[in-house]
Design a protein around this ligand. Sequence first.
Ligand SMILES: [Zn+2]
Ligand SMILES: [Zn+2]
Length: 155
Amino acid sequence: MTDQLAGGCACGAVRYRLGSAPMFVHCCHCRDCQRQTGSAFVLNALIETDRVELQSGDPQPFAMPTDSGRPHHIFRCPTCGTAVWSDYGDRKVLRFVRVGTLDDPTALTPDVHIYVRSKLPWVALPEGVPAFEAYYDSKKLWPAESLERRRALLG
Ligand SMILES: [Zn+2]
Ligand SMILES: [Zn+2]
């Protein structure tokens, strides 16, 4: 059986495994994510840092400029530069793992589409998945179990 929740960078130096399913998966269409990925959106799986088992490599943080002034660090393989996850708000305990770096990126699908006000016009959103012009209220959208995990993590 392949390990659906394992992943890594392009050169193979960074390898990781998620210890469980994430709490929630964002598809973010904001301009920052578009610019930072060079693509239409980013796919972020929100998960506790201690459930991201780093098996090899040493992703290094790169500070991104933000409008809000809240810190955002993108962690990249120091050899090939692939972005594997982010830390938003310098919270350390919470990772936003980039779903496209999974060995099987079909394993996780977005639970929500955010910042669709800047969505590229040719991107068609799927029916039945919540979408918001900007951010959203996780208390209204996340399953109870995920909210409990978030409370345990962030208080
Ligand atoms: Zn690499
Ligand atoms: Zn974004």
